[in-house]
Design a protein around this ligand. Structure first.
Ligand code: IMP
Ligand code: MG
Length: 332
């Protein structure tokens, strides 16, 4: 705090949405800035209702947070309005004027590309949309009349907020191993997903960031093609209780046990100062809903200790269930 970057450690779906929703409520976050694009779905529970958010920042659960879409982000206008209807956050939602726009034609191009099919993209068209931005032919948010009521200079809002001691969350999407630069190329997404890139998309200089909170899931998952070290079969994943399907596309998630060496590497490259470990209850079912360290079994506690020891990063939050408040908060 006051400016924290939330970054995923592996291949996305680490539970960033849940961690952000908790922090929003607990720390009364003033600004939450969503980066990336529509390919990433952040799952958030509010009043027993499940939201899979592709556009609206996960901090929407706290009704005072100003919600922003970053200058470097890529807006899907249809999905944006659909989520506004679901979340009813019109009055506090802003879209940076310089954000680019992803259109139906990009999805058509994505789905028609044999190469992208081989990668197993989400099919939303994020790669083709970003290509257009690089060519300087993309439409920007400021070119879209329907977005007019939401347009803002989010970069100025955020930096003015930081000048005034406001609390800001920079919401990363996907995971570090899907980074265009640092991931398992070519089995990656169309942008850098690391902490520095998240700050860059939001327009926040590196020296203004106070904390980088890296989000680990207790096991690793991946959707689409590409390497996944230690991968187990679907049958084995079902047996271990950690088989999942994707929140966005409904595809099966491939899975593997937690990789401590990879966790250490991703912590270092992202400059992580804090870590969250999510879905501890999928690994250790008796920990479901625990809200105190003492409620965990010895086995679960030693897993958390091992994560700290092997990554060198303090674990400050432990997720034990889907609700925003199913969490053990170890911050002082
Ligand atoms: P694209 O980002 O749609 O181009 O897909 C490229 C790769 O990133 C594919 O393996 C996708 O499954 C993966 N991917 C993209 N977004 C997400 C996400 O939010 N969670 C998990 N995997 C993702
Ligand atoms: Mg997801």
């Amino acid at each position: 705090m006051p400016c924290t970057v939330i970054v995923g450690a592996f291949w996305g779906d680490e539970g960033k949405g849940k961690i952000i929703s908790y922090l929003a409520l607990k720390d009364r976050i003033d600004f939450c800035v969503r980066t990336g694009s529509v390919n990433a779905a952040h799952t958030v529970w509010k009043d027993g209702q499940k939201f899979a958010l592709h556009m609206v920042p996960a901090a929407f659960v706290y009704e005072k947070t100003r919600l922003l879409i970053a200058a470097g982000a890529n807006v899907h206008v249809g999905q944006f309005f659909k989520e506004l209807e679901q979340t009813k956050v019109d009055g506090r939602m802003g879209v940076d004027q310089n954000a680019s726009v992803i259109e139906e034609k990009h999805s058509v191009q994505d789905k028609a590309s044999a190469f992208n099919k081989g990668i197993g993209t989400t099919g939303w068209g994020v790669g083709p949309a970003l290509e257009e931005r690089v060519r300087r032919t993309a439409k920007l948010a400021r070119d879209i009349p329907e977005l007019k009521p939401f347009l803002t200079d989010s970069v100025q809002e955020i930096n003015d907020g930081l000048d005034n001691g406001k609390r800001v969350l920079l919401e990363g999407t996907q995971g570090f191993m899907l980074s265009l630069f640092h991931g398992t190329y070519p089995y990656v997404t169309g942008r850098d997903t690391g902490a520095s890139a998240i700050a860059s998309e939001a327009g926040v200089g590196p020296t203004r960031v106070d904390d980088v909170l890296i989000v680990y899931k207790s096991f690793m998952t991946r959707v689409g093609a590409g390497p996944l070290p230690g991968e187990v079969t679907k049958e084995e994943a079902l047996k271990r209780g950690w088989f999942e399907t994707a929140a966005g596309t409904g595809r099966d998630r491939r899975s593997a046990p937690f990789d401590f060496d990879l966790a250490k590497k991703t912590a270092k490259i992202n400059g992580a100062t804090q870590a969250a470990v999510t879905k501890l209850d999928s690994m250790f079912p008796t920990c479901q809903g625990a809200r105190k360290l003492d409620d965990l079994t010895d086995e679960a506690k030693s897993f958390i200790k091992e994560v700290e020891k092997r990554t060198g990063v303090p674990v400050v939050l432990v997720g034990t269930g889907p609700d925003a408040l199913d969490i053990i908060d170890l911050r002082k």
